[in-house]
Write a protein that binds this ligand. Structure first.
Ligand code: SAM
Length: 411
């Protein structure tokens, strides 16, 4: 059964939103003002599959990737860049307004740069036992075979080939695999997950692949298979040796943009706490001028930061493993701290914020990859006596609904 719908606007997940018979329908790959035909999606009463665009928008452009519409990685390639950018900034504006937070929102900073430097490639067999290697399909767990992805940093060249070779070799394990590949500054760092224990001859074959493809390192669930050279990135004067599968901002330009905003907002602070610090892209930049306390729950990330912190020219960085959900910094520990930076996972920093509002810390810099949890945390900071001074959205996940932001709070 097919429906004809008129798209009202693009929603926060990137789908066109239409209103039909008092109900809301979400239609992917559509734009405001378009008339489209769409079919129901079994099991998803409010979602539709786009069939045809009967009346296209003047803002519609041709997508540049042959997998667009099948691969779930990109939601928007069919919208003029200026309209796309305005929509993305508006996600931040609307979410903050909904939380009753009145503040100016800066222009969106484009931080796609050279492209994504980190991917997770999935390898799965289908019902006919055929192996598929690529990214998850839009709206399903099926895998779309991907040979080439135009939004990747050229430093990831060859990454999809390596993933395919590894998946093929590991086919006898008969397990779904997630192959995480990071473009370090000296080559590809690969961590394969999902294999389960492997026999020694298989490990030897994998080592051969790491040599053949000149990987910096190949690990399996973080366990070393072969290290040709330690994978590293450069942050300011420091070389950071990456732990296997560690978090990194999605693009180098994203890390630079977020880092520059954090440093700008930190100003002349003497002592800064960098919470959820990861391998230290903010701590290592801040330490050009400030002493830094840095915490993260990942021991590997903290170990990498402790080594990088010894680089010449940096003020002291004290980095420790700490679960900040269970053991947030309390006001007494924050007594001598001039400013707090937090950059939590998508859940946000609720526990930490409830202690920050009881502290005397005058400056809080929030970095977020989830505007919903950011709005919740910002509301608590404001109700607890902070004033929101600036909000800057940063776009390192171009073509998707994901938006990062950096906000400054003072009291
Ligand atoms: C969005 S990343 C940010 C990392 C770093 N600021 C960066 O820019 O690369 C979130 C970080 O939070 C850490 N994390 C997750 N849960 C945590 C917890 N309960 N306590 C402390 N750190 C946590 C992760 O290990 C990860 O490094």
């Amino acid at each position: 059964m097919s429906e004809t719908l008129t798209i009202d606007h693009v929603g926060q997940r990137g789908d066109g939103v239409a209103y039909a018979d008092g109900a809301t329908a979400f239609v992917p790959y559509t734009l405001p003002g378009e008339t489209v035909t769409a079919a129901p999606l079994p099991g998803h009463p409010d979602r539709r599959a786009l069939q045809a665009v009967l009346k296209p928008s003047a803002e519609r452009i041709d997508p540049f990737c042959k997998y667009f519409g099948k691969c779930g990685g990109c939601a928007i390639q069919h919208w003029r860049p200026e309209n796309y950018r305005a929509w993305k900034r508006q996600i931040v504006v609307d979410t903050l307004a909904h939380a009753g937070i009145a503040c100016a929102v800066d222009d969106l900073i484009d931080a796609h740069g050279a492209g994504r430097r980190r991917i997770t490639v999935h390898a799965r067999r289908d019902a006919d036992n055929a192996l598929h290697v690529g990214f998850a399909a839009a709206g399903s767990h099926a895998i779309v075979d991907i040979e080439q992805c135009p939004i990747l940093d050229p430093a990831l060249a060859g990454a999809l080939d390596v993933a395919r070779v590894l998946a093929d070799i590991l086919k006898p394990t008969n397990k779904p695999l997630d192959i995480q590949i990071t473009a370090a500054s000296n080559g590809l760092d690969v961590d394969v997950r999902g294999t389960g224990p492997l026999p020694t001859p298989m490990i030897a074959i994998l080592s051969g692949i790491a040599e053949q493809y000149k990987l910096t390192r190949l690990t399996r669930h973080g366990e070393l298979v072969l290290m040709r050279t330690p994978p590293a990135i450069t942050v300011g004067p420091a070389q950071v040796l990456l732990p296997p599968g560690s978090f990194l901002q999605a693009t180098t330009a994203g890390e630079d943009a977020l880092g520059a905003l954090v440093v700008k907002h930190a100003g002349r602070s003497k002592l800064i706490a960098d919470l959820f610090c990861g391998v230290g892209p903010f701590a290592l930049r801040l330490a050009a001028k400030s002493r830094v306390l840095a915490f993260d729950s990942e021991a590997g990330a903290i170990g990498a930061l402790q080594i990088a912190a010894k680089s010449p020219g940096l003020k002291p960085i004290k980095a420790e493993v700490r679960d900040l959900f269970r053991r947030p910094m309390v006001p007494q520990e924050l007594r001598d701290v001039d400013g707090v930076v937090f950059d939590p996972p998508r859940q946000g920093a609720l526990a930490q914020v409830t202690h920050l509002v009881k502290s005397k810390v005058a400056l809080v810099i929030a970095v977020s990859c989830n505007v919903q949890t950011f709005a919740r945390d910002a509301r608590l900071l404001i109700d607890g006596g902070y004033r929101i001074d600036s909000v800057t959205p940063v776009d390192q996940f171009r073509h998707t609904p994901h938006v990062e932001l950096v906000a400054k709070f003072v009291k």
